[in-house]
Design a protein around this ligand. Sequence first.
Ligand code: A3P
Length: 297
Amino acid sequence: MTNLPIKTREMHSHHFDSTIWNDFKFRNDDIVISTYAKAGTTWMQQIIAQLLFGGDPKLEVAEMSPWMDLRLPPKEIKLELVEAQTHRRFLKTHLPVDALCFSDKAKYIYIGRDARDVIWSLYNHHANANQMWYDALNKTPGLVGPEIGKPTEDIREYWNEWCQKDGFPFWPFWENVRSWWEIRDLPNVMLIHFSDLKKDMPSEIRRIAAFLEIEINDQYWPKILEYSSFQWMKQNAIKSVPLGGAFWDEGAKVFINKGVNGRWMDTLTPAEVTEYESRAKLELGNECAEWLKNGDS
Ligand code: A3P
C-alpha cells in the first residue's frame, strides 16, 4: 500500500515559493491540479471549472484557480484569496509531491505529457514572453537563486540544454513525474495523460467527473465539451490564461498555442530521440516511461 506522502523540502526559484502550502488550510472537497508545466494544466482547470459550474462561458478560470506555488503575488495575498473562496476550490501546482503538503482531504489530478511536447510548448511560452514576465519573475522581492534569462534562438539547443541540466532554466522534470507516478495508487490521486485527453476528451472528462464525484447534468454536457475544446479556449484564452495573457505581447493566444503533440519530430535527430527515450526509461522505469510517452491507450 502507498503511504501518504510527507513534505521533505521546499522549492524556491524565480517561479517557486513552495512554503505557501505550509500555511494552506485544506477543505474536504479541495481539488489540486498538478503538472510539471505545459502539460495541459490550463485545459484541466477549464474542464474542472466547466464541470463544477455546469458549462459557463463567462468563468474567469485563471483568477478562480490560482497557481499556488508561484511566488507572485506573495503567498499572503494568495492565501487570503483562496480562503475567501466559497465555491469548491480547484488549485494549481507545479511541484513534485515531496515539496507539497499532501492532504488526504484533497483530490489530486496529475497530467503527464511527453517531455518533448512539454519543451516545444515551453519554448513558445518562454521565447514569446515580454519584459513584464522577466520583471515579475526576476524583480519581485524575495528571489532565491538566479534570475531567468532569455532563451536561445535555436529550439534544439534549448532542448539539449534542458535535457543536460534537467529542466533548466525551469525546474527538474524527472523527479516531478516520478513523484506523482509513485503515488498513483492512492485513492485521492488520478493520473491523466495529455494524449488521452486529446484522443477522447468526452470519456476522459467523464472519468474526471467520477473521480471528483461531480454529477454531470446532461443538459450542460454539450456546453462543457464546447468550452473545453481547443478552438473555444483559443478564441477565449483571455479568461483561462494567467493575467489574461499580459506576459505575452501577442496576448493569451500565445499560451493556448497549437494543442498538438509531436512537433519536435521535424527537429530532433534519431540519435537525440533515442537518447531521450533511453534516459526516460532510466529515470522513470519502463512502465512510467511508456505512460509518459503514449498515455494509457
Ligand atoms: P502547446 O503549447 O503545445 O500548444 P499548460 O496549461 O500546462 O501551460 O499547457 C499549455 C499547453 O496546453 C499548450 O500546448 C496549449 O495549447 C495546450 N492546451 C490548452 N488547452 C487545450 C485544449 N483545450 N486542447 C488541447 N490543448 C490545449
